[in-house]
Write a protein that binds this ligand. Structure first.
Ligand code: ZN
Length: 311
């Protein structure tokens, strides 16, 4: 079962971000209450307590309660949903119960990425649906495997800036299946595609995306890009890494600011996307906003549509 600290992690997810993930429109810490017929927003959020409360029907609680109530799930399923949405690793997905989390054993996984292999499901997902450039798939060393039940998975390696394998993310290739993601023990799947930082030159553009799919699309479109794991969860460690980027890029110099790295982003066309952009702009004040056209919810969609127009 899940550990206490994991449940706490889910309880600490910002309540308004969770509400937005569920599709509620939050404005000025209020939303229409989904639990009674509501015409004027009577559901209010307390950012300080990280709770919601409806002053008409009395519904109240924290992030997990909101998911349970809104999606009609039991406690465990609500936790799984939240973890899935936020790339949080639950120990119940790990092969064995452990006393304390063990560090990630890269040597067990490295060989999978030395000779990547793509199943038919993976090819369909990467090349037919997402129209990715095969060179990008190769650069990212994406590979695939099937578990004992025959479920096809895409295996996504995370490297640090020095090229060391620090984490693996498995993505279920069966549409709609849960859990969508699985992580081996101790995997650190924070910011994605860090090795690209070593290829940055003065004045280069660096695009920041939400999640690795958008990152692949951005790379396939010919840009340099990294990905942030999720909108609702930007860990302290991720923030520090981004801050270090601002000041520690090899060729960055404050004196020569116009020639330093320029950060760009297409925020997803939804409230969580907007929130992520604002969080990132706080860390990277020069982050430039680009607007996705109407009808494209994220960059992957825009990328595929643009290709279709060009024929
Ligand atoms: Zn209500």
């Amino acid at each position: 079962m899940m550990e206490k600290y994991e449940i706490q992690k889910l309880r600490d997810l910002p309540i308004e971000g969770v509400a937005e993930r569920l599709g509620l429109r939050v404005s000025h810490h209020k939303a229409l209450c989904p639990f009674h017929e509501d015409r004027h927003p009577s559901l209010s959020f307390s950012v300080r307590r990280n709770t919601f409360r409806c002053f008409v029907c009395g519904a109240s609680g924290g992030p997990i309660d909101l998911v349970m109530k809104y999606l009609d799930k039991d406690f465990l399923d609500a936790c799984r949903w939240l973890a899935d949405e936020n790339n949080i690793i639950l120990t119940e997905y790990q092969p064995k119960e452990v006393e304390s989390p063990k560090p990630f054993d890269a040597s067990r996984y490295e060989r999978f990425f030395e000779r990547p292999w793509l199943s038919d499901e993976a090819r369909r997902f990467l090349f037919d649906e997402r129209r990715l450039d095969p060179r990008v798939v190769l650069w990212c060393r994406l590979t695939s495997w099937k578990d004992r039940q025959g479920v096809p998975w895409l295996q996504i390696p995370y490297y640090d800036r020095e090229g060391r394998l620090v984490g693996v993310q498995n993505r279920n290739l069966v549409p709609g299946a849960t859990p969508r993601f699985r992580f081996p023990q101790g995997a650190e799947c924070g910011i994605y595609n860090l090795p690209v930082l070593n290829r940055l030159r003065e004045g280069d553009d660096l695009w920041i995306t939400e999640g690795c799919s958008d990152c692949w699309a951005m790379l396939s479109a010919g840009h340099k890009a990294i990905a942030i794991p999720s909108a609702t969860l930007l860990s302290k460690k991720d923030v520090e890494l981004l801050q270090s980027l601002r000041s520690a890029l090899p060729l960055y110099s404050a004196k020569n600011a116009q020639r330093s790295i320029v950060f760009h982003m297409y925020p997803d066309r939804d409230a969580p996307g907007e929130r992520l952009f604002q969080q990132l702009q706080h860390v990277l004040p020069s982050l430039q906003r680009h607007q996705l056209p109407l009808g494209c919810k994220d960059f992957s969609e825009y990328y595929v549509k643009r290709l279709a127009v060009r024929g």
